[in-house]
Design a protein around this ligand. Structure first.
Ligand SMILES: NC(=O)c1ccc[n+]([C@@H]2O[C@H](COP(=O)([O-])OP(=O)(O)OC[C@H]3O[C@@H](n4cnc5c(N)ncnc54)[C@H](OP(=O)(O)O)[C@@H]3O)[C@@H](O)[C@H]2O)c1
Length: 331
């Protein structure tokens, strides 16, 4: 094991938050029972906000950024984990209140890891990452409501992004007719169709002030955008349909009416991946390993070195990244 290792750290300097690559030692890591040799992390929208300085994600400084990690247990004082175990961690406040995954080593609480599901490599687990695991939580929310492919088309908003592209792949693989809303029709049409989208919808068709009720179009919706887009999606959801809301890429507000709820019985399901219970996480990861098309996953994802990460923060917040970015923390 190396005495020193690299990490992306946010720290305070002269009243400003600076984010950069730093050399750390094990004594810089928190005093938690499970030491993980991290192999991969990912770039999610929230990571973009943190490393670009455009959102206040790190609540304490200094903080190692990165909301996801996948790696191998190096040592553990908790009997649930043994050296050599391959594990994945998403959320739980990593990069917010606890040190995160942009580091070659990390110490974590024994309650947090999910065992790498059979059929996935550590790298594939981070191609999925929080974005893909959230997409599965959304799909499971639609299914919990009773949604079936025969009920009608489902809408995915922000479809070319991380959550969106995995949601398109999962839903089409399960037999749903997927309509994909994107602001990048011209450049991403082939990509989204290759993931199984049956139809593309221009972002502007939804990102506008909607009427309280519009033409009933969707049996279910996965929304990653929020604001006017979520309001329009609700106004177009069919009687007793269901909308899983997980994102705010278009804004955090919800400027709409209660009409879809009280006149069409539409259900709005909130999705929180960060503090989801351990059984819910395990079920989502198990299902991802079982159902996600690994050729799609390969097409969705790109791998970058940790040293290249800092340039990418603004790009994901500006909606310029397609699919998923895996971060190789050892490069
Ligand atoms: N609830 C949770 O636990 C949870 C977990 C993960 C992510 N999230 C949230 O889900 C959202 C998506 O995350 P992600 O990692 O998939 O991010 P991402 O890769 O950046 O994808 C977001 C997509 O939204 C669309 N978009 C961007 N700006 C927009 C705007 N102003 N108006 C309308 N659409 C816009 C773009 O898709 P097109 O180019 O196709 O239009 C973009 O690719 C983020 O808000 C993130 O914070 C929440």
């Amino acid at each position: 094991m190396q005495n020193t290792f690299n990490a992306i750290v946010a720290e305070e300097s002269e009243g400003k938050t600076l984010i950069g690559l730093k050399e750390l030692g094990l004594s810089d890591l928190p005093d938690e029972p499970v030491l993980v040799a991290v192999k991969y992390s990912t770039l999610n929208y929230k990571d973009g906000l943190a490393i670009s300085g455009r959102g206040r994600i790190c609540r304490a400084l200094p903080m190692i950024c990165g909301i996801d990690l996948a790696g191998v247990v190096e040592s553990s004082s908790d009997s649930r984990w043994q050296p050599g175990d391959e594990i994945v961690i998403n959320g739980y406040g990593l990069s917010e209140t606890f040190n995160g995954g942009y580091s070659q080593y990390q110490r974590v609480k024994a309650d947090w890891p999910v065992r790498l599901p059979k059929g996935l490599t550590l790298k594939q687990s981070m191609a999925i990452g929080t974005a893909g695991y959230t997409a599965m939580l959304c799909v499971q929310a639609l299914e919990d409501h009773g949604l079936k492919p025969a009920d009608g088309p489902v809408l995915v908003t922000g479809a070319a992004g991380g959550v969106g592209s995995v949601a398109v792949s999962l839903l089409s693989g399960l037999g749903y007719e997927v309509h994909a809303s994107t602001g990048r029709m011209a450049s991403q049409e082939q990509f989204l169709k290759s993931l199984g989208a049956a139809k593309l919808i221009a972002r502007e068709a939804l990102a506008r002030k909607a009427k309280p009720l519009e033409k009933e179009s969707w049996a279910g919706v996965v929304d990653t955008v929020g604001s006017n887009t979520l309001v329009a999606a609700l106004a177009q959801t069919r009687h007793e349909g269901v909308v899983a809301a997980c994102g705010l890429a278009g804004g955090m507000d919800l400027p709409g009416s209660v009409a879809p709820f009280i006149l069409r019985g539409v259900t709005l399901r909130g999705i929180d991946s960060v503090m989801a219970s351990q059984p819910r996480r395990e079920a989502a990861w198990h299902r991802l390993a079982e159902t996600l098309d690994l050729d799609h996953l390969e097409a969705i994802s790109n791998t970058i070195a940790m040293t290249a990460l800092l340039e990418m923060g603004h790009k994901i917040v500006d909606g310029e990244i397609r699919g998923r970015v895996v971060v190789d923390v050892n490069r």
